[in-house]
Write a protein that binds this ligand. Structure first.
Ligand code: UP6
Length: 260
C-alpha cells in the first residue's frame, strides 16, 4: 500500500479531535473540507446546511462574516452535530504565547468555545503552541501547523517546513497535523504516522485566481500525500454548491481508495 488508511491513522492518533476527524471521514466516506468563505452569515449557515452531508470538516473564517454572536456559534455547532462534521477555524494564529491565549479563548469570537481545530504559523517559535495548548488541551481540541502554503512565492518551505515537523513531534498530544501542499516530499521527517495533512488550493479546474492562489486537482493532491482536501470557491461559487460538494467528495474519496 502507498499510504496508511484513515482507519489505521485513527488507531495511531493520540488526540481525541484527530481520532474523531478520521472516524468521521470513514463514516461519511468523505475527505472533503469546505471553506465556506462567504460574507453573509445567513448565507453561510444556509450553505453549510446544504453541503453538510458531504464534508468531514467545515473550515471557517469567522472574521469575514457580517454578523457574529453566541447564537451564530450555536447554529454552527448545531449544524456540526446534525451533519456530523468537525469545525476548523482557520485563524492562522501568529503571535506570542500569551497573546494567542486571549485570541483563542476571548474577544468577540471565543474561538475555543465552538471550534474543534485551529491552526498556527510557527514564525514566533514554539511558545505559540504552548499558549494555544494551555487553552485547548483539556477541551479535546487539535492544532494544525502551517507547514506549507498554496500561494505563489510562499516562504513556508525547506527548513521552515521541517521545523514545523519538529514542533509537531514535540507536541503529539495537541498538534494533530499540518496545512500542507506537497507532504510526501517531507513528511517522513516525522516518526508519527497519525498526523493529518490538510490541503487548500484544490479545484477540479487547474489555474489560479489572479491574487496568488494556485490550484491542484483532488487526484494529484491525494497522490502527493494529502489526507483532507480543502475546497472554497470550487464549492460556494458553483452554480449548485450541493452537487459540487458531492462531486468533490466523490473525486477525493476515489483518489484516496486508488492509493491504498
Ligand atoms: N488557505 C489557502 N492557502 C493556504 C492556507 N489557507 O488557500 O496556504 C485558505 C484560504 C481559503 C481557502 O484562506 O479559506 O483556504 C482556499 O479557498 P479557495 O478554494 O476559494 O481558493
Amino acid at each position: 500500500p502507498k499510504r496508511l488508511s484513515y482507519e489505521e491513522k485513527a488507531a495511531l492518533a493520540k488526540n481525541e479531535a484527530l481520532k474523531r476527524l478520521y472516524n468521521t471521514m470513514v463514516a461519511k466516506k468523505s475527505n472533503l473540507s469546505v471553506a465556506m468563505d462567504v460574507n453573509s452569515t445567513e448565507k453561510m449557515l444556509a450553505l453549510v446546511d446544504e453541503i453538510g452531508p458531504h464534508i468531514c470538516c467545515l473550515k471557517t473564517h469567522v472574521d469575514v462574516l457580517d454578523v457574529w454572536n453566541d447564537g451564530v456559534a450555536k447554529s454552527l455547532t448545531d449544524l456540526a452535530e446534525k451533519h456530523n462534521f468537525l469545525i476548523f477555524e482557520d485563524r492562522k494564529f501568529a503571535d506570542i504565547g500569551n497573546t494567542v491565549v486571549s485570541q483563542y479563548s476571548g474577544g468577540v469570537y471565543k474561538i475555543s468555545e465552538w471550534s474543534d481545530i485551529v491552526n498556527a504559523h510557527i514564525v514566533p517559535g514554539p511558545g505559540i503552541v504552548d499558549g494555544l495548548k494551555q487553552v485547548g488541551l483539556g477541551q479535546n481540541k487539535g492544532l494544525l501547523l502551517l507547514a506549507e502554503m498554496s500561494s505563489a512565492g510562499t516562504m513556508a518551505k525547506g527548513s521552515y517546513t521541517e521545523e514545523t515537523v519538529r514542533v509537531a513531534d514535540e507536541n503529539p498530544d495537541f498538534v494533530i497535523g499540518f496545512i500542507s501542499v506537497n507532504p510526501n516530499s517531507w513528511t517522513k521527517k516525522s516518526k508519527d504516522r497519525s498526523l493529518v495533512h490538510m490541503t487548500p488550493g484544490i479545484k477540479l479546474q487547474k489555474g489560479g485566481d489572479g491574487l496568488g492562489q494556485q490550484y491542484n486537482d483532488p487526484k494529484s493532491a491525494i497522490a502527493r500525500g494529502s489526507d483532507v482536501l480543502i475546497v472554497g470557491r470550487g464549492v460556494y461559487k458553483a452554480e449548485d454548491p450541493k452537487s459540487s460538494a458531492a462531486e468533490y467528495q466523490k473525486a477525493g474519496w476515489e483518489a484516496y481508495l486508488s492509493e491504498l
